[in-house]
Ligand binder design. Sequence first.
Ligand SMILES: C[S@@+](CC[C@H](N)C(=O)[O-])C[C@H]1O[C@@H](n2cnc3c(N)ncnc32)[C@H](O)[C@@H]1O
Ligand code: SF4
Length: 403
Amino acid sequence: MTELTFFPNPNLHVFPEQRAWTDAISSVDISQMNSIEQGYFVFTMMPSLRCSLNCPHCYLTLDQRRNSPIMTLADLEVVLHKVDDYYSAKRPGKPKVVVFYWYGGEPTEMGFPWFLGAFKLIDSIFTREKGYEIRHDILTSLLNVEDEWLKVFHTYGRGQFQTSFDGLMRGKGYVKKWDKRVRQATADGLRVSTISVVNHELFKDGPVAILDYLTDLGIQEASFLPFMLNEQNKGDKYEKFAPPMSEYSNFMIELTEHWIALMHAGKKPPMIGQLAFILSRQKLPMEANIAGQTLFLLPDGDFVLPDYKDGWLEFMKPFGNILEQTFEQVLTSKERRGYIRRQYTRNLNPECVTCNRKNNCIMEFWKENRPGDDCFGAKRYVDWLMKNEQIKYLVDDSLIMAS
Ligand SMILES: C[S@@+](CC[C@H](N)C(=O)[O-])C[C@H]1O[C@@H](n2cnc3c(N)ncnc32)[C@H](O)[C@@H]1O
Ligand code: SF4
């Protein structure tokens, strides 16, 4: 009963007007606002790690997926106020962009009422009058998502959402169900973007078939991430699923060649996320491809980011706890200062320090490169892209900066 009175009733909730899709960053000069401190915060939300799926490549443990605590709305309110207190003191009256990137776990499994409560809190704290521009990006597997969520994507999501597409990693049944849900969403007028981790299953279909498929689905933007080594997959799974970076670059080059062909043929292939990232970083200062714009919020209030040990083994590095500290204390903690220093110095990798692509490669979270392989920045793909004569005629600047 307590829960019923504490959570807002979704049926009574008044949704905001459906907004035309515009990008939050359009109103600010992002060459001047490239870090949390400068007023650009990609607030990665992981207030629960719960997920009922069993993807073989998941970076979470089974226990985290099934039993993760869910941050209460009361604690979330404390967190949001602390971020607002920081900006109110440091950037009063100045523009501030906060992109809430709902990640997880499976964010939608926190439940509809929880989300509506969170949106309401965010709306009431991060107001336009204080200079905030807010955007919600929601990443979902889309598998067990009820129809009511489409309304959330239309309104709070500004008519869009992101969903993961990892080929047959999750099995045929999943893809079939996912395909149906994506088509339903696009038919409903939503813009759908995908995020894929480049794995051996995707290689079986190959980049040409994958891009044709995503084009047919009407995907707006498709991102392809390198597969990272972590505690969950180290050993057999990593060897089985993860292609080396040299194969990643081959995949991306072939994918982009096909993208160019589709564009010439008058089709509408999705914008390739990495293509947009690489081109847009060229127009931005050097700190634009380091992890100074984001922090991940965990259920217990820890602010963390992916970090690496023993070379390139990924783990979550904590910088402080926002329920116990102020936001400024977390940002200026010894751990975060050390982390940011490591980003600026490109992990002191000899090949990176002297590399002419260090400001627009896709490394982002800096780590050691793997001996005998291409670097984690996919330099070969970056070089290929920068030398390609056709790209600049096909890519609209406003699209890549919005990416
Ligand atoms: C774990 S899900 C979380 C969000 C949501 N539940 C979903 O399915 O979209 C996010 C995505 O991270 C990516 N991912 C998983 N393991 C990864 C790894 N080892 N390296 C890089 N990306 C990975 C996959 O594309 C996965 O679908
Ligand atoms: S492209 Fe490769 S070598 Fe160059 S900076 Fe990026 S990760 Fe380092």
